[in-house]
Design a protein around this ligand. Structure first.
Ligand SMILES: [Zn+2]
Length: 315
């Protein structure tokens, strides 16, 4: 699909969105239908009969007495925000081209900065979980990259201090067009780290094209074929067609994060990278983006406060 078809495709209009999800009842019914399309089933014992406790909007299993709500066990669990606010946040995030900062979300939704930050991070995590479930396959361009870094010690690129290392990979089809993208923060570029990352994120049938950095041969541990193209570095390597898309995407992600968020802390970078990739991977389907992200959110387990800081579990 040519680029302009991505840029000019129709999304979902705000009036149309509000006609579908403008009230708490509409949002609640939508969540219920997504979770229990064939009617309520107890999440604990799978029993289908229940009593509805209207005052607390809870469904109580007639067999094991477990109480569930439309939001329990999802990313919306225990939220104090109205569902209409959550749905609007999902709409704004999914319809914007480059994402929307939590500060902007806070202003637009009329909620506190902290509440907006939590909403934003929970939804980014839902995007990350969703994409991480499906390994990349096909012909994959892969590279090492770095973000940020404030200390000036004269070093650049690999080994520079203060920078966060991440793997970037783009799968392309036989015509060489980009299909899907994954970017993940890594501890560094060692064979062990690339081996672990590839096993999780690459389909064994893939062929991976990289530059000559030694650790990349570890993609073979995941069963992938590997082709290293040794370049002299510098501007001419950027123009090699084998690295065309990965270089384009790396330029785009850095501009996008800088433009929308100015700077992103190292510990939160995995989610911002995931958000960028999530949007790219669904670029031909802006109209359905809202529903897809809502689906991802419903299928993401609750994220308690201490996990929002994302000190571990980068992948
Ligand atoms: Zn039960």
């Amino acid at each position: 699909m040519p680029k302009n078809m991505v840029q000019f495709q129709k999304g979902q209009s705000l009036p149309h969105f509000l006609s579908l999800y403008g009230t708490e009842q509409q949002c609640h019914d939508t969540l219920f239908a997504l979770r229990w399309p064939d009617g309520f089933v107890c999440p604990i014992c799978c029993h289908p009969e229940y009593s509805y406790i209207a005052t607390r909007e809870l469904y109580q299993c007639n067999q094991c007495k477990h109480q569930a709500s439309a939001t329990s066990g999802t990313v919306f669990d225990s939220t104090k925000l109205p569902l209409t606010i959550w749905f609007l946040a999902i709409y704004l995030i999914s319809q914007s081209k480059d994402g929307i900062s939590s500060l902007n979300l806070s202003r637009t939704l009329g909620i506190s900065d902290n509440a907006a930050l939590r909403v934003k991070h929970k939804l980014m995590q839902a995007m990350k979980n969703r994409d991480d479930q499906v390994p990349l396959s096909g012909i994959i361009q892969m590279d090492d990259s770095y973000m940020g870094g404030r200390r000036h010690d004269g070093k650049r690129g690999r080994g520079a201090s203060g920078k966060t290392a991440f793997v970037a990979a783009v799968s392309t089809n036989l015509e060489g067009h980009p299909e899907r993208m994954r970017m993940s923060v890594v501890e560094g570029f060692s064979s062990a780290e690339i081996s672990r990352w590839s096993t999780k994120h690459l389909d064994p049938s893939s062929i991976v094209i990289t530059d000559g950095l030694a650790c990349f041969s570890a993609v073979e541990d995941a069963g992938c074929g590997h082709e290293a193209i040794v370049t002299g570095g510098g501007p001419e390597s950027v123009e090699l067609k084998e690295f065309k898309w990965i270089n384009t995407m790396l330029g785009n992600v850095k501009n996008s994060i800088r433009g929308t968020y100015h700077s992103v802390s190292q510990k939160h970078l995995p989610r911002y990278l995931a958000e960028f990739c999530y949007r790219f991977n669904r670029r031909f389907n802006l109209k359905n983006m809202f529903k897809r992200l809502l689906y991802a959110a419903v299928n993401t387990l609750p994220i308690p406060q201490h996990k929002l800081s994302l000190a571990e579990d980068w992948w």
